[in-house]
Design a protein around this ligand. Structure first.
Ligand SMILES: [Zn+2]
Length: 332
């Protein structure tokens, strides 16, 4: 590794990369500084005013997945959080509100540092803005010997976790952030200033990713939201069946009208296989990536069949009629 090429940003909303090229040692000097967030409007998370770094080189010069060409380091964000449903609190759409809660066995900075030491791989670790004694949150950057093309990034990150002995730390790792080729990471900063940040440099070699061997690597799917994953598992465990007896007469259920009555947009019905098909918005758009509220849903009524509802976003592949009935209060 001669030089790393990466990008800097002035704050969370800045999507115009400032390209940077230099040695890992020069980057360390930048990481050792303590940053103060730019002033924010009231009510906006001050953390988002911190300057940030992204491992990607972008071309054209815009921060986006399609513009990321290759990446120079791993960004390991340990937020040690999982999402849980807040009992009794719902969004307008009927979906349960969730909150982040600490996991039971958080990953410590020492655990990550030790793995890097043992692997002989360089890294720089620091506690992040939201770090608390009782809820540790920290980040590690690990330089790569050669830049990894964005098209191979998922496999490369998967290979790296295993080869660095960090597979166990997935429990507290933001795997989605690690895999995101356009992700930015805030530089060191803390509401209480310099003294409140713990930092650690691991002296070692940049990580050599065997690009030629990555094709065969399987990349596990990251659950979109843990509470949805838990719901799927619960259904599997309970032997949930879509054909179970329901206290609703489904043959006469006008599902598109029920969805519209929830304040969710429903389009014009179109003829479909002797029945009717409607496009709808999703009941839970907040769970789509970037909260995209598009007409991703379909209601289909076919003669002699139950009406169905599906959302075409991958994170909602498991949702269907019963979920709509529950959201509408028809089912408990
Ligand atoms: Zn959806």
């Amino acid at each position: 590794m001669k030089h790393l090429r990466c990008s800097f940003f002035t704050c969370a909303e800045d999507n115009t990369p400032k390209p940077w090229e230099g040695a890992w040692g020069a980057l360390l000097e930048i990481l050792e500084r303590t940053n103060r967030p730019r002033p924010r409007p009231n009510g906006v998370d001050p953390k988002k005013g911190l300057p940030a770094i992204a491992p990607a080189t972008f071309m054209p010069m815009h921060r986006g997945k399609d513009e990321a060409l290759f990446l120079a380091f791993l960004g390991l964000d340990y937020d040690n959080a999982c999402e849980e449903v807040i009992p009794g609190e719902f969004h307008k759409s009927g979906t349960a509100k969730t909150r982040k809660v600490p996991i039971e066995n958080p990953v410590s900075m020492g655990e990550v540092a030790e793995a890097l030491w043992e692997a002989g791989v360089a890294g720089y670790l620091w506690t992040t803005w939201s770090n608390q004694e009782e809820w540790p949150r920290h980040r590690a950057l690990v330089p790569l010997y050669l830049p990894v093309p964005a098209s191979q990034w998922e496999q490369a990150t998967e290979w790296a976790l295993t080869s660095l002995g960090l597979a166990d730390t997935r429990r507290g790792l933001d795997v989605r952030a690690l895999r995101d080729v356009a992700r930015m990471f805030f530089l060191p900063g803390h509401p209480d200033g310099h003294e409140a940040i713990r930092r650690q440099e691991i002296v070692g070699e940049p990580l050599k990713v065997p690009l030629g061997q990555l094709d065969r690597l399987k990349v596990p799917v990251v659950p979109r939201l843990p509470h949805i994953e838990r719901e799927i598992n619960r259904r599997r465990h309970d032997g949930f069946s879509w054909t179970a007896n329901l206290p609703v007469e489904l043959g006469t259920l006008r599902l598109s009208e029920l969805i519209a009555s929830l304040g969710v947009k429903v389009g014009q019905g179109q003829p479909y296989k002797g029945g009717t098909k409607w496009r709808t918005h999703c009941l839970w758009p907040g769970e789509h990536s970037h909260g995209l509220d598009d007409d991703s849903g379909f209601v289909i009524h076919e003669p002699g069949r139950w009406p169905t509802w599906t959302c075409s976003h991958a994170c909602h592949a498991h949702l269907g009629l019963v979920d709509v009935l529950r959201a509408a209060g028809v089912l408990r």
